[in-house]
Design a binder for this molecule. Structure first.
Ligand code: AKG
Length: 302
């Protein structure tokens, strides 16, 4: 039984704040909002070429997916710096790249960009002042994760297309979450069911995010992202509707990340091996629970 990626996500246009809150934020359901970028000047203005002109000389920080330590620890320190223009040249080629720009503080880099695209009115909130920028090239992979602060994320695609696979937080154990981190040990786009049998039991959404469109990812939602070509996205955040997620996010950032970094420093591969053992034990328990609770599918024709 392969994993089920056939869940249907709602797709809406021009959503009001009331509808958004009632139908998606309060019940924590994902949704695609079409054409959000076009409601602000950025829709007509922002492109890869425009960014080259506007801030091509700025030095930006990049993460390199081939660096080993990213596999077992939360990514916090960038690997490479280069002029933005050079990076935009790399991603404009139709060639795979492992270099990605992740969580760059957009309005801090260039405050003027807020005039072009600010937090959409229906999404205004205490965290809405922050905007983060993400870029990648063809086949760039953002390893599966949920956001460390357990906030809700509205990710708007500026140019390029990306494949986004989403899973609800209930599948956290079955997705092989690395202990003391919020990323997954597995690649759901190329599932190895022999090694990772927990993947048989997960159900998710598989979508393509196109330029101008946004996806709302509730708190704790797993996202596995693959860039289909050179692309850029901008995210805005909102606090989760329940206090449990605030506590989870705060304790993860304040306790789990520093603890994991320290243990990695002290014990290196021994800490990693311990965590791999721990995660497999967790998944085995989650599989056993699924087997007990899920009714087998009975053939209708029998
Ligand atoms: O689009 C990307 O590159 C990553 C987006 C992401 O992980 C996020 O908004 O949390």
């Amino acid at each position: 039984m392969p994993m089920d990626l056939s869940l249907k996500i709602d797709v809406v246009e021009n959503i009001s704040r009331k509808d958004f809150m009632e139908k998606y934020h309060k019940p924590q359901r994902p949704v695609i909002i079409k054409g959000l970028l076009d409601q602000q000047p950025a829709g007509k203005k922002w492109s890869l070429e425009w960014f080259k002109q506007y801030m091509g000389d700025d030095t930006i920080e990049l993460y390199d997916n081939t660096v080993e330590r990213h596999k077992w620890s939360t990514t916090t320190v960038p690997d490479i710096k280069m002029p933005f223009r050079e990076y935009l040249d790399i991603i404009s080629r139709d060639e795979p790249t492992d270099l990605r720009m992740f969580l760059a503080n957009l309005y801090k880099l260039r405050p003027g960009l807020r005039e072009d695209f600010s937090c959409p009115p229906f999404y205004k909130n205490i965290l809405g002042k922050l905007g983060f920028m993400f870029l990648g090239g063809k086949d760039t992979v953002v390893r599966g994760h949920y956001d460390v602060d357990s906030s809700c994320v509205l990710l708007t695609q500026v140019f390029g297309d990306k494949r986004v696979i989403l899973f609800a937080p209930e599948y956290t154990d079955l997705l092989y979450k690395v202990p003391y981190n919020t990323h997954s040990f597995v690649d759901v786009t190329n599932p190895d069911y022999e090694k990772f049998p927990g993947l048989h039991y997960v159900k998710g959404y598989d979508l393509i995010l196109e330029p101008g469109d946004s996806v709302y990812m509730p708190a704790g939602y797993w996202h596995f992202i693959t860039y289909l070509n050179g692309g850029m996205g901008v995210s805005h955040r909102m606090m989760a509707p329940n206090v449990g997620d605030w506590i989870k996010g705060g304790s993860f950032m304040g306790i789990s990340i520093p603890f994991d970094k320290l243990m990695n420093k002290w014990f290196s591969m021994r800490w990693y091996a311990y965590n791999v053992g721990l995660l497999h034990r967790k998944v085995n328990r989650a599989i056993a629970k699924k087997r007990l609770t899920e009714k087998p599918v009975v053939s209708q024709t029998a």
